[in-house]
Design a protein around this ligand. Sequence first.
Ligand SMILES: Nc1ncnc2c1ncn2[C@@H]1O[C@H](COP(=O)(O)OP(=O)(O)O)[C@@H](O)[C@H]1O
Ligand SMILES: [Mg+2]
Length: 355
Amino acid sequence: MTIQLQGVRKVYPGRAPSLRGTKLEIQGPALWIRNALQAVRPTAATTPPVAALANCTLSVAPGEIFGILGPNGSGKTTLIKILAGLIRPTAGVGQVAGVPLAETRAIRRQVSYVSTTGWMGLEWALTAEENLHFFARLSGMPTALAKHRSDEALRALDLWADRAKSVSALSNGMRQRVIMARALLWHTPMVLLDEPLVGLDPHHRHALLQLIEGLARERGQTVVISDHDAEAVATLADRVLLLAQGQVAGYGTVTDLVERLRDRRIVDLITTGASAPDAVPPAAVSRVVRRPRPGPLGQVQWQVTVDARQSGALMEVIAWLERAGVTITELTERAPSLQDVLADEALSAAGQVTA
Ligand SMILES: Nc1ncnc2c1ncn2[C@@H]1O[C@H](COP(=O)(O)OP(=O)(O)O)[C@@H](O)[C@H]1O
Ligand SMILES: [Mg+2]
């Protein structure tokens, strides 16, 4: 196994009590700085520790594409940072590419890591191409190979035409592709991609998905990819892990996980007219998600989960809405997708009732 985790947990320590309220003998500029710091950090009070990841056990085979899915704050980045040797778990054991989790330096040599959040660790004054050369040379790659690999990566990420632009002049999506290109320079056993699709246009999303597939299928690299949206990842991941508030809420193939909702059907509706029906939904309805649709028309978008075993369920939903004076303008009924399973788990974890 390329990755093996057993009972891995991560708790981020809380913030210690601030100096606020304590009597300090400081005056002049020092006092001014202290006040300024307090002004920009209004939450400088004690914060409790955060259990970001609880009891995570999983294994990933060599050459597998493994998805980590969950909403914001569910622990995806924490897990990937542990796999990348950037942070140590609070508890649990495991290994990445044969290296124990505690040996973070050795792990970092086995992985190419891509994070698209925050400061991306690029040299902003250098061009896209110079960045790739710089990081390749920094790792000790011979000049000729560095040139070859960076040319290859620039083309693979559709950055060839923009290679001479400085990073500061690139759009966010382009910068994200430079980060991805950098990860192609080394043919490490592991590629860890933290939300690489976020912020890309549909064309580049599709291209990146194909590229990622190639890394596993052609180069034989093991790929771990996270996203908060399950659909894209579901198309290429061999297996996925669902996270909800730091807890493992699902683990297996997409088919197996979707199978959990085999008794449900999803009815997607767009309506206009009256507000929400106050009447209780029909018994066949297990969940109703309702949100206004952006735009001037006052449309509302609904996602109604119904019991697939009750043959009249769809008609009951329509009658329920019409009784409330709602006009249905669009209606589609479909089988649940992985995103529906993820949403279901996230709501359950948040303590909301799903039947
Ligand atoms: N360095 C940190 N210190 C304290 N809490 C953190 C830190 N990093 C993440 N967290 C918290 O841990 C939880 C999981 O975060 P994260 O792993 O970034 O989730 P995701 O990537 O799924 O959005 C969140 O509640 C987040 O606020
Ligand atoms: Mg994250």
